[in-house]
Design a protein around this ligand. Structure first.
Ligand SMILES: [Zn+2]
Length: 79
């Protein structure tokens, strides 16, 4: 399941069409206070991320942003 499509409630394999329904691993580096965040993206979303950049991508995927923030930004982190 594509993390961004899942957050949007989109059927990712349908919107990508047959033959493109594989997932790519993507990393976000700067959006979460320097923490490396791993997400799974479909073909369309990984292109979106590549073209738009992290911040714009997360602005366009608000729900995903909120979910990732809850996962990564809230907890204590000691070096
Ligand atoms: Zn997607």
């Amino acid at each position: 399941m594509c993390d961004a499509c899942q957050a949007k409630g989109v059927n990712w394999s349908l919107s990508n069409g047959p033959g493109r329904s594989h997932l790519e691993r993507a990393k976000l580096y700067s959006a979460f206070e320097g923490r490396e965040v791993n997400i799974k993206l479909c073909y369309l979303c990984s292109i979106n991320l590549f073209v738009a950049g992290e911040r714009k991508f997360l602005t366009e995927n608000k729900k995903l942003n909120v979910e990732l923030k809850q996962q990564y930004a809230g907890s204590d982190f000691d070096f």
